[in-house]
Design a protein around this ligand. Structure first.
Ligand code: UD1
Ligand code: MG
Length: 468
């Protein structure tokens, strides 16, 4: 039995000259994902049984990016137009419904594609072009109708002044029965302004040959093709706004949906608040009732419930547990785990740290390759010196309920027992047992009457720095 679903020919061989970029157009990221990856994912979710991707410019790079998605590649040796691109996908071996779609349409959505395919399959149409009516049709193929029925698609470069006024455009998406495609595709010629084989010509050729041809109206977003950097930015903005709307629909408070940059995969629980300027990337998960303040950046993180991420914090591949507070301006680096109700304050950087429940590092601190026990207080200006002259990293282990005075350095490897007290300004080089006090700093020397009574602020004291 034949596999269920439709076949797809996805056109992605063009260079995208108007992008003025060395990267193939279809690899430009839109809200964190290459355009082509988005299109393939949506086509598959819509029920495609086979996706044939036509590659040309930069094909090795494109292949590398989309190979894991389970698609078949065809090469278009020379970019001689969209009609020629479809020919390169060997449509002779296809049967059933064929969806042809440009690779530069990052706003396509599976649901809408699915609806279009089922409309097509329930009809007696042979060939369908999906259209949209747009405010500014510049650069796009125009849908020419006569008595309401489609007659042809005319490319802007070949269009008369009158035709250019038409605002119904070709989306670059077509549905066609395989045998109809096989009949009319070879008839496309390259007699036009650009000397290219336009796939769009299949409409008038089909009509001349007696095929049942239809123009099927769809949304403007489906029809939105990216040809320039400005259009790429428009598409990116649209994807972020779409995500913000979905978050709001699920109960997330988004202060300004035009100014948050949350990627598709991100999950956020209800009642959480997202302030403007926040970027959340990858497979980040955020729980309920969190507050993510302006300019926070989170990538691949797991954040519990009721967590507060304050202004300007940068958090990557880290875990922050329930009711913890991070920032403002904190930097959590990979393999860091912040315990429940813990507090990481301003200008604190943590890397590969297991930071215990209710532990605190409130100001100006670097902790790397460390374990910090529950209820421990790390004073301002503490540093774990984890990187040694042998270029290896060493660990600092600090127990529970330890008090670390300000301006302390731990020369790793070093272990501090539970309940120990480290005096401010210490440079700790040796292990400290539980409940002990460690002081490791120069003793204070005080020299009385050092400055003559009569001296003014500008007078130089004698012998400064020469005391023994
Ligand atoms: C095309 C349509 C236009 C439509 C618009 C919608 C044609 C002739 N024009 O114009 O009617 O309104 O899309 O976005 O079809 N490609 C190849 N090989 C080639 C040329 C292009 O694979 O030789 C691929 C490109 O990589 C791209 C897609 O086909 O993904 C469309 O090409 P593009 O140059 O962007 O066509 P448009 O000028 O946008
Ligand atoms: Mg295009």
């Amino acid at each position: 039995m034949a596999k269920k679903g439709f076949s797809t020919i996805l056109l992605a061989a063009g260079k995208g000259t108007r992008m003025k970029s060395p990267l193939p157009k279809v690899l430009h990221p839109v809200a964190g994902q290459p355009m082509l990856v988005r299109v393939i994912r949506e086509i598959k979710n819509a029920g495609a049984k086979e996706v044939r991707v036509v590659l040309g410019f930069g094909q090795d790079l494109v292949k590398q990016v989309v190979e894991p998605l389970g698609v078949v590649f065809f090469q278009q040796k020379e970019q001689r137009g969209t009609g020629d691109a479809v020919r390169s996908a060997e449509p002779g071996s296809l049967d059933g419904t064929v969806l042809i779609i440009n690779g530069d349409h990052p706003l396509v959505e599976a649901d809408e594609l699915k609806t279009l395919v089922s409309q097509f399959e329930q009809s007696d149409w042979d060939l369908c072009v999906v259209t949209a009516t747009v405010k500014n049709p510049t650069g796009l193929g125009r849908i020419v109708r006569h008595n309401g029925e489609i007659k042809a698609i005319v490319e802007e470069k070949d269009a008369s002044h009158e035709t250019r006024k038409i605002r119904e455009i070709n989306s670059g998406i077509y549905l066609v029965r395989a045998e109809v495609l096989q009949e009319y595709l070879p008839k496309i010629k390259s007699q036009n302004q650009q000397g290219e084989f336009y796939l769009t010509d299949i409409i008038s050729l089909g009509l001349q040959g007696g095929a049942r041809v239809k123009a099927l109206a769809a949304s403007r977003s489906l029809a939105f093709g990216v040809n320039s950097q400005a259009e790429l930015a428009t598409a990116t903005g649209a994807i972020y706004r779409r995500k913000a709307r979905r978050l709001m629909d699920s109960g997330v408070v988004v202060i300004d949906p035009r100014a948050v940059y949350v990627e598709d995969e991100v999950k956020i629980g209800e009642g959480s608040v997202i302030y403007p300027g926040v970027t959340i990337k990858g497979a980040t998960e955020i729980g309920r009732f969190c507050v993510i303040e302006p300019q926070a950046f989170l990538n691949q993180c797991k954040v519990g419930d009721s967590v507060q991420i304050k202004v300007g914090s940068y958090i990557e591949a880290a875990v922050v547990k329930d009711r913890a507070q991070v920032g403002p301006y904190a930097h959590l680096r990979p393999e860091t785990e912040i315990g429940e109700e813990a507090k990481v304050g301003n200008f604190v950087e943590l890397k590969k740290v297991n930071f215990g429940d209710r532990a605190k590092a409130s100001h100006l601190t670097y902790l790397g390759d460390a374990e910090i026990g529950a209820d421990t207080n790390i004073g301002c200006g503490t540093i774990t010196c984890n990187y040694a002259v042998d270029r290896k990293k060493y660990k600092t282990v600090i127990g529970k309920d330890v008090f670390v005075g300000s301006d302390t350095q731990f020369i790793a490897p070093v272990t501090i027992g539970d309940g120990a007290v480290i005096a401010s300004g210490s440079t700790i080089t040796k292990d400290v047992p539980a409940r002990a006090l460690a002081v490791a700093r120069g003793r204070q020397m005080t020299k009385e009457n050092y400055k003559p009574k009569s001296s003014t602020a500008s007078a130089k004291p004698s012998g400064l720095g020469k005391e023994k």
